[in-house]
Design a protein around this ligand. Sequence first.
Ligand SMILES: Nc1ncnc2c1ncn2[C@@H]1O[C@H](COP(=O)(O)OP(=O)(O)O)[C@@H](O)[C@H]1O
Ligand SMILES: [Mg+2]
Length: 393
Amino acid sequence: MFQTAPIEAASQSELTSQMAARLHTALTTHLQQAYAPDQRKNLRLFSATETADLLGVTGQFLRKCHSDGSLPEPEVIKNGRRFYSGDEILQARHFLEASSRKPGKYLPGRREGDKLQVIQLMNFKGGSAKSTSAIHLCHYLALSGYRVLAIDLDPQGSLTGFCGIQTELEFEGASIYDALRYDDPVPMSEAVVETYFPGLHLAPARLVLSEFETETAVNAGRGVAFFEKLSLAIQSVESDYDVVVIDSPPALGFLTLTGLYAATSVIVPMTPSMLDLASTQQFVEMTSAYLGVIEDTGVKLDHDFFSFLITRDDPSDIPSQQIVSLMRALFQDRVVGATGLRSTAIGDASMLKMSIYEVARSEMTRSTYDRAKNSMDAVGSEIAGMLQKAWGR
Ligand SMILES: Nc1ncnc2c1ncn2[C@@H]1O[C@H](COP(=O)(O)OP(=O)(O)O)[C@@H](O)[C@H]1O
Ligand SMILES: [Mg+2]
C-alpha cells in the first residue's frame, strides 16, 4: 500500500528525499502491475490483416505464400486465424525481399553506398511530444523493415522507458553516458541493447547522463571536441543500422548539441500554441548561435532536412489551427505535412509506456484507435519518404 500520511520532515532535504521515496514506491508498484509477472514488456501478436498491411501485400497473397511453402506458417493459429509475432513479420520481409523483383520493396533500408540516416528530434520546450514522436517514429520504421537504433539523450529516460527498460527498477548495464563520458568511455556497442521490439535497438539513458553537461564544461579544449562525441560513437556501430533516432532533453545544452552534430536530419516537434510558438522562436535563435560556434571551428554542417512537426494537433481548435497555418506559410515544405493528432489513445498508451502500435485495435474504441494510428502512420510514412529522398530514391 502507498503511504499517504502527511510528510513530517526536519529539513527541506529530508522532505524532498521522502517525496522521492514515495514517488519511487508508487512508480515501482505501477510498473509491476503493468508488466507483471516478470516486469518485462512483450510485443503483442499482429493479426493477418495487420501483417498483410505492414508487408504491403494482400491477405490473399499472404495465404498463398503459406500454402505454396514460400513462407513458413506463424506459430500461433487460433480458430483458423493466423497471428504473427514481430520476429515472424521481419522474417517474412526477408523471404519476400529475396524473391522480389523490386529491390527494397520489403526491406527499404540502406543499400550499398547509402549513408546512415541520423534523425534528431529536438526542441527545448518540455511537452512538445519529442519522446512520443520519437517512439512512434522508431516503431513505425522498425515495423516497416528498417534497422533502427534509438538513442536517448534525455537523462530523464522517457524513450528508454518506452523501450521497455524501467530506469526506476533496473540499474544494471551500460548506458549512452558510458559511451560519451570523458573518463574511460566504453565502446558504443556495449552501450546498445536489443529491445523486445524486433528491428529496434536502444542506447538507454539514466539520470547520470546529466553529468555530461558539467564534465564537458570541465574538459573544454581537451581531447576530441565535445560535439564530435556522439557522432564518433555512432560511427563505430553504423553498419548495423539504417536509421538512428535521437530523442533530446528539453534543453539546448551540450547533449542536444552533440546530437545536432551527429544528425543528418532534424525534426523540431512543436505543439501549436502561442506559448510554444514563442518558445520555438527562441529555441531556433539559440540553435543558430550554437551552430555558429560549431561552424566557426571550421566544420561544415549539412542536414538533409530540418523540419517542424506539428504535434498534439487538434483540428477543431481554431486558435491552434491559425498557428499551424502560420507555420506552413512561413516554412512551407519545412513543416511535415502530416501532423500528430492529439488523441486520448496516444495518451492512454503512453501511460503504459507504449506506442499506439503496441496496442491492439480491439482494446480501444475503434474510431479513436484508427484516427490515432492513421495520424502516426502518416507522419512515419512521410518521414520515411524523406529518408528515401535523402538516399536519392
Ligand atoms: N498525440 C498526442 N495525443 C495526446 N497526448 C500526447 C500526444 N503526444 C504527446 N502527448 C502527451 O504529451 C505529454 C508530453 O509528451 P512527451 O513526448 O513526453 O514530450 P517531450 O518529450 O517533448 O517532453 C505526454 O504526457 C504525452 O503522453
Ligand atoms: Mg521527452
